[in-house]
Design a protein around this ligand. Structure first.
Ligand SMILES: NC(=O)c1ccc[n+]([C@@H]2O[C@H](COP(=O)([O-])OP(=O)(O)OC[C@H]3O[C@@H](n4cnc5c(N)ncnc54)[C@H](OP(=O)(O)O)[C@@H]3O)[C@@H](O)[C@H]2O)c1
Length: 455
């Protein structure tokens, strides 16, 4: 196994795709920590195809009243492997913001794994993540490169939120199923940028390829969850009276990522050992995972009114109908605002729209007050626990906060983390202080209620 000498790397962090819509918000978040007191982030570089666009992004990120700091701008194009190799050779961590990841992500992962550089991204595309795991895990372990996708709103609030939720079920109680209800709120329009929309269009278009990849891979173990599995299917729309929401089942990356975290946990019940963990860290990690209780998990999009779900239902129908043909995809990609009924725009949301948006993700868990009840055949869950994760706008505020905090953990405490490999954020960051760091940066995790269920 290669022991990487990270101290010789010129940059702690390189942000690749810094000129993108999300990239520039990531740069803004990174500047808050660059050379700040007690921050391990001492050197930062931006990378992308165009130095002038990188320089504009840096100027924007520094704000209208500040001189942009002197930060190296590196030229890198995902179609030029040598340029990526040069960047990866100089970086401890690359934060990849170049999407759709199915089009541009693989060469970046390859360069990082080759150079033993750590890689974090903001991908929300399950097929990309699973392909990278299938292709690069072994080499990443060998070369000491940690590759962790989905370090943004997809899927850290869901992952860390579920771990937080499951730990509220004190022994002998245990959850059976947890439904996350995502509610997006704003007094302005809620808008996403084209990059996310394009990733979704291509994801639906290539759904068959993901199914094929999964068929070609060995089945992973499933966690032991007390009680029967919830029935498959179920209503697409549900009225969640307790939360005052209408909810639509979402084919989100979150549930797939959570499932992969739980599979890795089943294979490694004490979590993943760090490269060079202290005795206390080993104990902390093992204690942490001993309090986590796996559950069946799903995500729904909630809205205060049934009408509020209408644009998402329409977008889902358009994606299903049009994304499979070339002409259909062309139409979808030419007219995002039309097909998403205004939810996605080519030029993204305004700064005001971003600033005024927030999210709440409610975790409603049903389970047993005593795990032994679960073995009583048809016994229904008798307890409900509700927790909540809440934070600012998802794509351009929460995502950069999450990504930066993940990077800072890597810089601060690399010895406590696995030597390398392709993993989900939950299994790597679960036992770290990520939840606290997110709390300190405006993303809260709250226990809401616990009650008995009567039928
Ligand atoms: N996890 C989450 O919750 C979350 C949140 C937000 C975004 N995202 C994802 O992030 C990705 C980017 O979204 P976005 O809206 O920021 O897109 P965007 O504005 O189009 O930005 C794309 C970036 O990629 C760069 N790029 C494109 N092709 C490249 C290449 N061949 N080599 C190097 N750089 C290249 C672009 O650079 P140029 O300036 O040179 O064009 C730009 O910096 C999408 O996949 C989206 O789904 C995820």
């Amino acid at each position: 196994m290669a022991e990487i000498n990270r101290s010789t790397k010129a940059y702690d962090v390189v942000i690749l795709g810094a000129s993108g819509f999300t990239g520039k918000y990531v740069v803004r978040e990174a500047l808050k920590f660059l050379n700040a007191p007690n921050s391990p982030l001492k050197s930062l570089a931006l990378a992308g195809r165009s130095p002038s666009r990188l320089s504009e992004a840096l100027k924007w990120a520094a704000g209208p009243n500040s001189q942009p700091p002197k930060i190296p701008l590196l030229t890198a194009d995902t179609s030029d492997p040598d340029s990526l190799a040069r960047v990866a050779a100089q970086a401890k961590i690359i934060l990849d913001c170049v999407g759709p990841f199915r089009l541009y992500g693989q060469p970046v992962v390859a360069a990082c794994v080759e150079a033993g550089c750590d890689y974090l991204d903001i991908c929300g595309e399950p097929d990309f993540m699973e392909r990278m795991e299938a292709s690069y895990h072994e080499k990443a372990v060998e070369n000491g490169s940690l590759v962790i996708s989905a370090c943004g709103f997809d899927s850290v609030p869901a992952e860390i939120g579920l771990l937080f939720h499951s730990r509220q079920w004190a022994w002998p109680s245990a959850p059976n199923r947890v439904e996350a209800y995502l509610s997006l709120e704003s007094d302005k329009r809620i808008v996403g940028n084209f990059g996310t929309y394009e990733s979704a269009v291509l994801g639906v278009a290539n759904a068959d390829k993901l199914a094929e990849l999964r068929r070609s891979r060995p089945r992973r173990p499933r966690p032991a969850i007390p009680g029967p599995a919830p029935p498959k299917g179920g209503p697409i729309i549900e009225q969640q009276k307790q939360l005052g929401l209408w909810a639509l089942r979402l084919p989100s990356a979150d549930s797939v990522v959570v499932r992969r975290t739980l599979a890795t946990l089943t294979e490694n019940p004490h979590g993943l050992p760090g490269v060079n963990e202290s005795v206390e860290t080993v104990k902390k990690r093992e204690d942490f995972w001993s309090t986590v209780k796996p559950a069946h998990f799903g995500v729904k999009l909630g809205s205060k009114s049934l009408l509020g779900l209408f644009p998402v239902i329409m977008l889902g129908m358009f994606l299903g109908l049009l994304s499979k043909t070339r002409v259909g995809r062309w139409l979808l990609l030419q007219f995002p605002a039309v097909f998403s009924l205004g939810w996605f725009r080519k030029n993204g949301p305004s700064e005001e729209e971003v600033a005024s948006a927030t999210f709440k993700m409610w975790f409603v868990g049903q389970g047993y007050s005593d795990i032994s009840l679960a073995s009583e055949g048809s016994k229904k869950p008798d307890t409900e626990v509700v927790t909540r994760v809440m934070g600012p706008e998802i794509g351009y505020l929460t995502t950069p906060i999450v990504l930066l905090q993940c990077a800072l953990i890597l810089l601060n405490d690399r010895a406590a983390l696995p030597i390398g490999g392709v993993y989900t954020p939950g299994i790597v960051f679960g036992p770290t202080d990520l939840e606290k760091r997110l709390q300190d940066n405006g993303i809260s995790f709250d226990f809401i209620s616990k009650k008995s269920l009567s039928y």
